[in-house]
Ligand binder design. Sequence first.
Ligand SMILES: [Zn+2]
Length: 170
Amino acid sequence: MRGHLIGFLRLTFPLRYCSRLIKIKMDCPYCSHKELKVTDKRESPEGIRRRRECLKCGKRFTTYEKVAIEDIYVIKKDNRREKFSREKLESGINRAFEKRPVEKNKIDKMINEIEEQIRKTGKKEIKSSVIGELIMKKIKKIDNVAYIRFASVYRDFQDINDFKREMREL
Ligand SMILES: [Zn+2]
């Protein structure tokens, strides 16, 4: 149990608190050996998931690499400030992709990219409109139907003409 905890801290802390870390140093949480092999990598809602294997003791473990974004505030249209929420970002995007033939992995990857881009601005506060436009740009590249769905909620389409205008721009 203690080994697990140390492993967890070792894996979690550098990632959460070194925002511009490019190369991540990691030791085996079981034997502290420094040479690890990545056996699998995929996007997940928890961040980039990597299966790693220690080249010394052969034990395997999983890491989730996620950028800390909890301290960013979103400024809404009515000037209210709200803590950035990954969950809200996800639910809005997932709703747009409901029943669309798009791989979950692809959507998760997009969400991770959006989160990363927001973080990269280095700003503590970001307008909700900036985030909205960013999301729309990303969705548009993947699926037109999801894009129209998201845009109609986000841009608050008032009538069929708004919808037609958006369709023409596709
Ligand atoms: Zn090891």
